[in-house]
Design a protein around this ligand. Structure first.
Ligand SMILES: Cc1cc2nc3c(=O)[nH]c(=O)nc-3n(C[C@H](O)[C@H](O)[C@H](O)COP(=O)(O)OP(=O)(O)OC[C@H]3O[C@@H](n4cnc5c(N)ncnc54)[C@H](O)[C@@H]3O)c2cc1C
Length: 403
């Protein structure tokens, strides 16, 4: 099997690159390798957990997402052989390529927290990071009659670094509106509420307004579901660690995350397994006919589909430039966006580039919580994803530096 352009992963990034390429040049021979029957719009999982979105509306058949003219190889890649310009599939076959685009997303490491897998989806332990557990998040919030509600965030990098706290604010809003007495705590491995200081400061106000206790440098290491106990590694100011146990009535867990196992130790991964690309061109640092984008790369942007939306045209244009000797695209500036849901009708829209530079696309103070941004999150962004981005239509409103 051989194709001119082979794309590993048909998620947000892979389908968008294929669709952009197909629109620009119908003669290209493109194949996507992806084993999944279903394509998910993961940003809506947060709203499912908050009782604001139907789970069924978050996904479509993968077959319906494949751009016309793109071949779909329905299998998993097992290994990379860049010296042979080929990848090996789970079925034992090899697929050769002229150009390879690598975007298989990241891996959720539920097993790294003792006892977590055994209790996920029961005993009040929920997560929006898999759709099968997101409905249970809403069950937990609705059935919560008071007591301790914990929300956790593991070490970075994770996809959508705001998601662990968005669901907490939706839950807090629900509890407040229903006069439920909740002792809410956010246990995060990070030293602050968010990686971009401007938004971290603003989020302190949101946390205070709900009476939430923010527990920094707290890492969830074990869960005893039946006895409703969570164990955290807690690091003090001197770097000393001790284990602390906390009782919960409900707990939303964000699992540890890492590069997919099949990238770890592969010739195209860095030491941690992330696809090793140049942060501007997204071209592989060693193999010049390989590009990487989306959650699977080691670029220091926020791992979001907003980032994939802006990375995809860079990769598509770079490939076209090499095939047709056309102009090289400008470098990717690290843009990512995180609509920080702060209640069941408000959003603080965090947009930023490499280095934590705040780069809003809308006028005004980006720290302001707005109902209009809630409408964007709930209605416009899903439309943008399914009908614009995955169809290969570029949407990149200018973003400006905010100081
Ligand atoms: C709860 C939650 C909330 C989020 N909120 C937001 C948000 O508000 N805004 C935002 O912009 N982003 C958000 N995101 C992040 C966003 O969904 C991801 O950043 C985006 O989907 C990354 O795109 P990707 O193509 O790299 O990976 P994915 O979309 O995850 O796709 C990866 C694809 O690769 C395939 N694959 C995996 N392994 C293999 C293999 N071995 N061989 C071949 N194919 C393989 C998979 O089947 C999948 O189709 C959220 C994510 C979650 C979980």
């Amino acid at each position: 099997m051989k194709h001119q352009i082979v794309i590993v992963g048909g998620g947000a990034a892979g389908i968008t690159v294929a669709a952009l390429l197909g629109r620009k040049d119908k003669a290209l021979d493109i194949a996507i390798i992806d084993p999944s029957d279903t394509h998910y719009y993961q940003p809506a999982f947060t709203l499912v957990g908050g009782g604001e979105y139907a789970a069924a509306a978050t996904h479509h058949a993968q077959a319906d997402c494949m751009p016309s003219g793109t071949a779909w190889i329905k299998d998993s890649v097992l290994s990379f052989h860049p010296e042979l310009n080929s990848v090996k599939l789970a079925n034992g076959e090899s697929v050769e390529y002229d150009y390879l685009v690598v975007c298989p997303g990241l891996q959720l490491d539920w097993h790294k927290v003792d006892g977590l897998l055994e209790t996920m989806g029961s005993n009040g332990v929920c997560s929006n990071y898999l759709l099968e557990y997101a409905n249970y998040t809403w069950d937990c919030i609705q059935n919560f009659s008071g007591g301790s509600a914990l929300f956790t965030q593991p070490a970075m990098p994770i996809k959508c670094a705001g998601a662990p706290q968005k669901i907490m604010y939706m839950a807090a809003d629900h509890f407040r509106k229903n006069n439920i007495n909740a002792d809410i705590a956010f246990h995060t491995t990070l030293p602050s509420m968010f990686g971009v200081p401007l938004f971290a400061e603003a989020l302190k106000g949101v946390v205070a307004s709900y009476g939430i206790s923010a527990e920094f440098k707290n890492t969830l290491v074990a869960v005893d579901g039946p006895n409703k106990q969570a164990v955290f590694d807690v690091e003090d100011a001197e770097g000393n660690k001790q284990q602390v146990s906390r009782a919960f009535d409900m707990m939303h867990v964000t699992p540890p995350q890492s590069a997919p196992d099949f990238l770890k130790g592969s010739p195209i991964g860095d030491a941690a397994g992330w696809v090793d690309v140049d942060p501007g061109t997204l071209q592989h640092k060693t193999f010049s006919n390989i590009y990487g984008l989306g959650d699977a790369t080691n670029t220091p942007n926020a791992k979001t589909s907003a980032a994939a939306r802006l990375q995809a045209p860079i990769v598509a244009k770079a490939l076209l430039a090499r095939i047709n000797q056309s102009a090289q695209p400008a470098d990717y500036d690290g843009y990512g966006a995180c609509p920080l849901v702060t209640s069941k009708n408000s959003v603080m829209l965090a947009e930023f580039c490499y280095g934590g530079e705040v780069t809003p696309s809308f006028p005004g103070d980006p720290r302001k919580q707005r109902f209009s941004f809630w409408l964007l999150k709930k209605y416009f962004f899903p439309f943008l994803y399914w009908k614009v981005m995955l169809k290969g239509i570029e949407f990149n409103p200018a973003h400006r530096t905010y100081r």
